[in-house]
Ligand binder design. Structure first.
Ligand code: HEM
Length: 472
């Protein structure tokens, strides 16, 4: 038995020494590749990810190698190096996702692509989320909020789950406009079935969440296909991103040119809903926690929101406008600081398309490269006392390339203005009409996959006692 164990041990050691013996291994970035096959995956998933990154950054510097989830990786935590990967040499680093994610969302969604196809789609999606395009959604989003909040009154809710519902309803309007086609309810139902499989093991076996999600995905494509054909046949393209992808201008006018195929349209609609929902809901959940934990800050934000509310009352009980949302300076800084502190997208994945010379090191072709947004956002060098939640730090703009909650370069987020707008509208009505209390003692963070307060932040919601004159 002992000789066998010894032999096994020696074999393991040999593998450890040989596995990453790249011909130019002395040029690779410093760092440890961990154990054969598993690399440092267990360490990343059992330790607090913040300490995993910071321990290595201290030991090896801003660029270090490791081995995660079966892939050799280079992690990057300096703003300059992140800029090289995401902006100046972006063509050498393609986006990369697990194949199961690509299958579920749809392989033609823009974030899986580089080059002309990606730029063409990016232009269309950006056009659909420009401030001028989203201004008219203020009242639609407000209606969603005004339907949702009364259902929270005097109840205990799971903040994350409720805000996912909110972000989903807003994403549906962004995708399809507010036209209520027959297919919309079915699309909502099928998307929710698909979503249950997003974080599942990609096991294509009867009864697994993955198999069920893929079945929902197929039906979703068919239903989206029917809606696309219906809107194509009629002279009305409707509103939202779908209208833009169909080649209209969002107001129903047709422009026949370079049409996208129905499956390209469907994959990108699903992709945008996917990109919009959990990100926005997680950020909002953190905002509710930070405001709950800092009474003085909440009072100051209340003052800002109450002033706008009172103005609406004075002006005949009108609804919220785009201009009102531009006057929420402190609330906007709370959003900015939450995006920094919570860094819900802690990092992103790229893959070197060829052997790349990088900051004096060599990154072999096929290696994953991860710009670590969270580590940069938590560097005391760029954000003094980084663990302190302090919106006033955004009274002056952050140093270039140090603040990237929406990414940077060609793949940066086209939905950033939409996300901020929907957060402002929800906060306005929540803060002026209600107060909330976190339930339970649970502290800490859960990852699913984005970092959120443990248990999704259960809260109890009440109408505000000193509620200001309500609108009719
Ligand atoms: C607070 C909420 C949000 C955060 C923190 C966020 C963050 C990000 C980040 C960091 C990226 C870049 C990923 C990378 O470089 O690999 C990204 C991309 C993207 N986001 Fe967002 N996002 C948010 C909300 C939204 C919303 C509301 C939409 C749509 C309406 C959206 C649509 C997209 C799309 C389509 C991409 C892919 C862009 C491309 O590959 O060119 N996001 N987002």
């Amino acid at each position: 038995m002992l000789p066998l164990l010894l032999l096994f041990g020696l074999l393991l050691l040999l593998l450890l020494c040989l596995q990453w013996r790249h011909p130019n291994h002395h040029l690779l970035p410093p760092g440890s590749m961990g154990w054969p096959y598993t690399g440092e995956t267990f360490k990343l998933y059992t330790q607090n990810p913040n300490s995993f990154f910071s321990i290595r950054q201290k030991r090896y510097g801003d660029v270090f190698k490791t081995h995660i989830l079966g892939c050799p990786c280079v992690m990057i935590s300096s703003p300059e190096a992140a800029r090289v990967v995401l902006v100046s040499k972006a063509h050498l680093f393609k986006p990369t996702y697990p194949p199961s994610k690509e299958k579920m969302i749809g392989p033609q969604a823009l974030f899986f692509h580089q080059g002309p196809y990606h730029s063409r789609l990016k232009k269309l999606i950006q056009a659909s989320f420009l401030p001028s395009a989203i201004k008219p959604s203020v009242s639609q989003i407000e209606n969603i909020v005004l339907r949702l909040l009364p259902s929270w009154d005097n109840s205990q809710i799971n903040t994350l789950q409720q805000l996912k519902r909110f972000a989903f309803d807003v994403a549906m309007i962004s995708a399809f406009g507010d036209q209520q086609d027959l297919e919309i309810e079915r699309i909502k139902h099928l998307y929710q079935c698909l979503e249950k499989g997003y974080n599942s093991m990609p096991l294509d076996l009867p009864g697994t969440p993955f198999r069920k999600a893929m079945k929902a995905r197929k039906l979703l494509s068919e239903t989206l296909g029917k809606l696309i054909e219906k809107r194509q046949r009629s002279n009305e393209y409707g509103g939202g991103l779908l209208a833009v992808l169909l080649g209209g201008d969002g107001d129903g006018d047709k422009v026949e040119k370079n049409k996208l195929s129905n499956s390209q349209i469907a994959d990108n609609i699903i992709g945008v809903i996917f990109a919009a929902q959990d990100t926005t809901a997680s950020v909002l959940t953190w905002i509710l926690k930070y405001l709950h934990d800092d009474h003085h800050l909440l009072e100051a934000v209340k003052k800002e929101q109450d002033a706008i509310f009172e103005e609406r009352v004075r002006e005949g009980g009108r609804g919220l406008t785009w201009d009102d949302t531009r006057r929420m300076a402190l609330t906007s800084r709370v959003i900015q600081e939450t995006l920094r502190t919570a860094s819900v997208l802690s990092f992103t994945f790229r893959e070197a398309v060829e052997e790349v010379e990088f900051e004096g090191y060599l990154i072999p072709r096929g290696w994953k490269v991860l710009p670590l947004f969270r580590t940069i956002h938590h560097s005391a060098h760029f954000f003094p006392h980084p663990e302190k939640f302090d919106p006033s730090r955004f009274e002056v703009p952050p140093r270039p390339n140090t603040y990237m909650p929406f990414g940077n370069g060609v793949h940066s987020c086209p939905g950033s203005e939409m996300a901020k707008l929907e957060i402002l509208i929800l906060l306005h009505h929540l803060i002026t009409g209600y107060r909330w209390k976190v339930v339970g003692e649970e502290s800490g963070i859960q990852y699913g996959p984005f970092p959120v307060p443990k248990g999704g932040l259960p809260i109890k919601v009440f109408s505000r006692k000193n509620k200001i004159t309500s609108l009719n």
